[in-house]
Design a protein. Sequence first.
Length: 225
Amino acid sequence: MSTLAPARPGLTDLGPVAQLRAGRLGRRLTQLYFGLVLYGVSLAMMVRADLGLAPWDVLHSGLAGLVPLTIGQVIVVLSFVVLLLWMPLRETPGLGTISNALVIGVALDATLALVDAPGAWWVRCALLLGGVLLNGLATALYIGSQFGRGPRDGLMTGLHRRTGRSLRLVRTGLEVAVVLLGLLLGGVAGLGTVLYALAIGPLTQALLPLCTVPVTRQFLLPDQR
């Protein structure tokens, strides 16, 4: 009679094959795609609020104003461009990485097609706050499914490993750079950009323990068990 290896709590950095073999696949896949759809919805809420976008979306909105693509399509295209930057950093994409690149932009465009821009200022403020809160939950859900990092997060962690700089410094540097570039291209920044930058880290950190699905210990590397 065989017994399953116990599950390990907390986040674990799994390879692409191990991600699919690490147990609780139905729960984890459902959580992954639910989280990614909510992520796209949250970004669309911030777009409709028109009070400033998340740092990377400042760049996305600037590019969308220059090319014949929607902001969601720009997110998809730029996600795969960022994935090319993973190669020299030796980052390995997983199912969550590719899904992130495809699903978020589609969900954002679909939400924008269904939700009109509000006129009242208080509705715009509510959309902004709701979008930031929902984004924190969505981030915790898709990361907690343990299917790997998104393209932009992988760029951050890859630069962290290659340069030896702190994650906080690397993330701040990347986000300042994309906001400045986005502004030069005509992107939308404002109060929402600052609110997102200040709130998303604490929100995700608070929600991640509740959203992390433990993985089966037998599929972990020896130093991860």
